[in-house]
Design a protein around this ligand. Sequence first.
Ligand SMILES: Cc1ncc(COP(=O)(O)O)c(C=O)c1O
Length: 468
Amino acid sequence: MADLLPTDAAAAAAIAAEHLAGLGERPVWRPVPEAERAWLSGQELPERGRALDELLDDVRTHVLPYPMGNGHPRFFGWVNSPPNPAGVLVEPLAAALNPSCAGGDHAGPHLERAVVRWLAELVGFPHPPGGGLLTSGASMATVICLATARQRAALADGWDAREEGLYGRPPMVMYVTEEGHSCLHKAAQLLGLGSRQVRMVPMDGAYRMDVGALRTMIEEDLRRGLRPFCVAGSAGTVNSGAVDPLDEIADVAAEHGLWFHVDGAYGALGVLADGAAPHFAGLDRADSLALDPHKWLGVPVGCGCALLRDPAAARAAFSLVPSYLIDDNAGDLGWFSEYGPEQTRPFRALKTWATLSHLGRSGVEDLVNHTTGLARTLAAMVEEAGDFELLAPVTTSITAFRHRPGPDDLDALNRAIPGAVQARGNAFITGTRLGGRDALRACFLHPGTTERDLAVLLEEIRLAAKAL
Ligand SMILES: Cc1ncc(COP(=O)(O)O)c(C=O)c1O
C-alpha cells in the first residue's frame, strides 16, 4: 500500500474544487449511460492493488460526471442540499485521523459535544450536558428518540422493555399525521411497536395536526386498554414544509404523560427565518428533536442529530458497556456509544463544526431567510400565473403546487412532469401526493439559487408538460 503523498492529496483537492466550480454550467442531472453503469456496477475486484493517481483518474472520468444533482442551484428535489465548502474541505482530514467517536479522550468526542450544543442553541432547544449526539441521519436519530421514549414508558409502568421485550404488555401507541416522515413508521416497526399501533391523526387544511382529534384518539385508546406513549409532531414536513401546532401538542403530551418527539430533520432551522418563530412555538417543550445538519445546513452527507431534553433517559435505553470498553476516565456522561446503537462512530463533528463555524449564526440565518424567501416568492409567482395552482401555505423553504394548463387529467400530468423536467437537465424537481392529488414540490436549500432560477423552473415545467 502506497503512502499518501502531498501531491496525491493536492490532486484530489483540485478535482473536488474544479467539480464544485463548474457545477452551475453543467446539466443539473443526466442519466448514467449504459456503458458507464456497466463500468460502475460490473467491475471486478482488481487482483493487484492500483496506484492512487489511477484511482483519481477513474473518479474524474466515471464518477464525477454523474452527480445526483444537488450541488446545482436549480436542484429542487426532495430535501438534498449542496455541500458547504467548509464541510468538503475538512472531510479528508476526518478520514486522515480516522477515529472512532464512540468516546474517549481525543478531539472527536469533545468537538461533538460543542456542535450538538450549537445545534440546540440555534433552534432554541434546551441543552443539558450530554443532551444529544450526531447520527447517520434523522432516521437513526428517530430510532434513538423513540427507543428512549419506549423504555421511559416501560420503566414508568414498572417493567423493562430492554430485558423483557414487549411480550404480554399492552400495545404502546404512537400518534403522527399522514404527513409525518416514513422514518417514524420504520422506527416503530423496528422497535417492535408495529404499524398498527401508529395512529394517523387527521390534519387541518394546512396539513397540520388536528390537536382536538389527537386528544380524542388518545382517550379512545386509553379506554381500550392500550398504552399511548408518544406523539411525534413535524417541524417541516417533506411534502409542504408544514409545521404542526407544537405548543398545543406539547399540552396534550403533558396532560397524558406522553413523550413529545419533534421531527425537525429538515425544518427546525426554519425557526430562524424572519417572522417564522410563532409557527415553531412549543419546539422547546419537546422531549426529543431530530435535526439533520446534512439538510438545510449543507453539512456533507451523512450527519443527523438527536437532541434530548433528558440525556439520562437515552442512556437508560442504550447503555451496555462490556468489560473491554469500561473507561474509568469517561466522566459523568460516559461515552457517546451509550446513547445509541452505534459503537464505532465516525468523526461527523468535524464537518459539522467546520460548516457551522464557516457560516456563523448570521450565515445560518441568511441561508434560511434566503431559501425561505425563494419558497415564498415561488408561491407568489404560482398564484399569479394562470396555469399553476398553490397547494399549501409556505412555512419553511418548500413550495407545493401543481401545473394546471387546462382541465384535463391533472393528476396524470403532474405525475409525469418531474421525470420530464429532470430529463431536460435544466432544473430538477420531484413530485408527491398531497391531499389526495398529484403535486409538484420545490425545496430550496441552495445559497446560490436566484429568483431568475424560479422563472426558469416554471418555464421548464411548461415546456416539459407540452412535450408529454
Ligand atoms: C422531515 C424529514 N424527516 C426525516 C427524514 C429522514 O432523514 P434521513 O434521511 O437523514 O435519515 C427526512 C429526510 O428527508 C426528512 O425530510
